[in-house]
Write a protein that binds this ligand. Sequence first.
Ligand SMILES: *[C@@H]1O[C@H](CO)[C@@H](O)[C@H](O)[C@H]1NC(C)=O
Ligand SMILES: *[C@@H]1O[C@H](CO)[C@@H](O)[C@H](O)[C@H]1NC(C)=O
Ligand SMILES: *[C@@H]1O[C@H](CO)[C@@H](O)[C@H](O)[C@H]1NC(C)=O
Ligand SMILES: *[C@@H]1O[C@H](CO)[C@@H](O)[C@H](O)[C@H]1NC(C)=O
Ligand SMILES: *[C@@H]1O[C@H](CO)[C@@H](O)[C@H](O)[C@H]1NC(C)=O
Ligand SMILES: *[C@@H]1O[C@H](CO)[C@@H](O)[C@H](O)[C@H]1NC(C)=O
Ligand SMILES: *[C@@H]1O[C@H](CO)[C@@H](O)[C@H](O)[C@H]1NC(C)=O
Ligand SMILES: *[C@@H]1O[C@H](CO)[C@@H](O)[C@H](O)[C@H]1NC(C)=O
Length: 759
Amino acid sequence: MLHSVYYSLLLLALFALGVQAGIDPSKQRCAFTKGTWCTNYAKQEPVPWKPAPRGSKECPGGCNNVGRCNYDTGLCDCPAGWTGLGCKTPQKRPCTHKQRKGDPGENATQPYSHIGPDGRDLDWTNVPHPQYYSRCGGICDDDVAICYCDGPMGRIPAPPGSPPGTPPLQVGRPLMTMAHAPKTTWDGRKAFGEVDYNLVYGPRGYCNVTDPEWVPNCGMDGLWGRTCDEPIQMFCPGGCAGHGRCYLGYCICDEGYYGHDCARRKAGLPLLPSTIPTTRWLAEVVREPPAALEPPPAPTRKRPLIYVYDLEPMYQAKILQYRVTPRWCVHRWHVWPNNHTEWTDLWVYAMDTLLHESLLVSPHRTFDPEEADFFYVPHQASCLPFPIGAWADFPWFPDAGGPRTRQMLNMVIEAVQWINATFPFWQRRGGRDHIFTFTHDEGACWAPNIVNNSIWLTHWGRMELNHTSNTAYLLDKYDRDTPTLLQPDGFVHLFKGHPCYNPDKDLVIPAFKAPGHYASSGLVGAPTRERDLLFFFRGDVGKRRQPNYSRGVRQAIYRAAKEGDWATKHKFFIGGHDDIKGEYSNMLGRAKFCLVAPGDGWSARMEDAVLHGCIPVIIADGVHAVFESILDIDDFGLRIPQDQVPRILDILLAVPARAIRSKQAHLGRVWQRFRYASIPGLSEELKRMQLHNKPRREAEAAAYANATAAAAAAAGGGAAAAAAPKLPLPQPFTGDPTEDDAFDTIMQWLYSRIPHTRG
Ligand SMILES: *[C@@H]1O[C@H](CO)[C@@H](O)[C@H](O)[C@H]1NC(C)=O
Ligand SMILES: *[C@@H]1O[C@H](CO)[C@@H](O)[C@H](O)[C@H]1NC(C)=O
Ligand SMILES: *[C@@H]1O[C@H](CO)[C@@H](O)[C@H](O)[C@H]1NC(C)=O
Ligand SMILES: *[C@@H]1O[C@H](CO)[C@@H](O)[C@H](O)[C@H]1NC(C)=O
Ligand SMILES: *[C@@H]1O[C@H](CO)[C@@H](O)[C@H](O)[C@H]1NC(C)=O
Ligand SMILES: *[C@@H]1O[C@H](CO)[C@@H](O)[C@H](O)[C@H]1NC(C)=O
Ligand SMILES: *[C@@H]1O[C@H](CO)[C@@H](O)[C@H](O)[C@H]1NC(C)=O
Ligand SMILES: *[C@@H]1O[C@H](CO)[C@@H](O)[C@H](O)[C@H]1NC(C)=O
């Protein structure tokens, strides 16, 4: 009898894990998918490996000793500070941000450059307006607009007349912002900064002595420690493949290596071992791209094969250099003291750097554009213009002004024009086989018509043609047209006429959630709990927002819940941090239903819900949730029309217990598609979490088995199983984290799109 109880328990567990014997494993893995994209991917004929093509076109003048030669095109890729053919033209970015529209200096004809030829501010006592974001109280490195200390601990630039590319004699301690600069001059006159003069330049000042009495926050990537002068590894996508050095997002390649991640090798030269395996902190995270290896890691490859453009640095690497601050625009950074990588979802748009890096080190990458199924354009528009433009007066696309969306749109247009002028592949299929990511709040609503035919990976699945911006953050309104000197007709006509997302050719993909974000989820094996909360949402419920924030959805539910005291009566929780306490991951793991409603545009709540096994309640008419076009969302989620919001409590209370359990079980089989695990460092971290949780998970299973047995014994056997406590659902995931993760899902879907790009 005990046996049969155990047996039914085991069956339930097996069912939850999706490993029922005798069923085609590809069908199991493709559970709850729509159409054939998933099964066809599994059935495909693999492509034989072949050696990567290698270029040998020389660049003019050795790229002036500052740039990197691309041996495919014979063009120089210049780092921040340089531009033009051969990287011979300086391209400066002074440490200053001029007045913006509405400020007293708005009509100034010249940018206010406060920086003299020696890199020092011309006049500290010129304090025209408090709205400056950037002034330098030391010496400005005007390649990237980084301010360093003056004085003994400060920067010593290369002597005047040194050849281009000569490093400074001393890097110096950074003095990043006006908040770090002195508020007076040495003789007490009012200056633009905010701290006491002596803290910076006094006898024990930060810029003057080794062990100062005061230190600012260390603000730039590459330096850390109390006094901000210990070098740490900077972030470059793919860690420069172990064939180059990273400088703030730009890879300086070893002799004969090329491409934006130094993965390519010039024709005729022997392949050298990558330094990744011997550099602990890189080996923990990335690997040398399989496409670069000879002999190959495997004799065959799976389609889709994707060519990642070595984009003009202005649309990719330079933007990362200009971001300056380690925490902006990226999905990970290295931290002191061990250069360990920290994953982060603080910069909510960072799916673009993550997807880029995932592709660089993926077996789907090809260096051969002729065999490529797709072309990936790794533009960094999501980093514009905050912090990029808000930090210094450069770069603008094409000039200052307008909402952030205007800058992004123009940059994407420029990038396409550059691609079209440099490679034949845009023309060949009218851009249909090109892939762009759009991670901005309102996704691709403002994507320029020039990329109409391309594949858009976005977080915002709004489908109607006749859309207007619904952001309550007015600086972002994409339909607020802005004629400027260089764009007198405005920019709106450059995108009008397409929907934000077309389910036939585009895909709504998950935002990046760092593994720590769901550390308390039972799905990674943290102790599962009874789901004692009916409903959970914590976040901005629009208390101080325009009424159109979240389309009014969050506000309406919040009000109703508060007025009806649903928290006490029904364990229905919605509110801000002041309303609901508790650890976020923990709370999500205790809830049966979790709200997925818009914010200004998308809000990564589908990810939060699914990663915690909480049934997503999707409220956004005419908007596809993550993967809604390719997964059977009804099997594990619930959609409520906006006009039914007043009835939400009744609707949720009426969902039968069986339906809830079924959805929960199904969540356990699709959740992995909502988390990114393809970069080696991410899958290792997830494996560690699973392993760490294993003993607790096993103890829990044993306790449930005991309780079940006890219940059976008490009931005298036979029909006992019904009385037994039910295992909490969904059950933990124990498989290989890279299998069918978000990245893999995108690859599987792209495979199904190949024929459509060829017509
Ligand atoms: C700048 O010029 C515009 C248009 O002439 C004017 O409306 C505005 O007041 C001027 N701003 C300042 C600060 O003088
Ligand atoms: C600190 O360094 C600055 C710049 O070299 C110098 O002007 C100043 O006199 C120094 N302060 C002290 C107290 O030595
Ligand atoms: C971290 O990386 C930087 C740059 O690669 C290196 O100079 C430093 O020695 C590394 N730190 C440690 C503790 O290994
Ligand atoms: C691409 O280049 C071709 C030939 O130079 C030109 O005719 C076409 O208009 C360009 N397309 C775009 C989108 O710039
Ligand atoms: C498009 O939207 C505008 C503004 O919301 C509205 O006035 C117009 O009637 C709509 N047109 C169509 C075809 O729906
Ligand atoms: C949102 O509402 C505010 C005030 O009600 C309005 O000014 C703004 O234009 C609205 N935004 C949109 C996108 O409708
Ligand atoms: C893009 O699509 C819109 C809407 O279908 C259309 O008005 C526009 O002409 C298209 N632009 C291009 C460049 O294909
Ligand atoms: C299960 O029950 C047995 C016998 O009552 C007991 O020895 C054991 O500690 C229990 N295990 C758990 C995990 O509760």
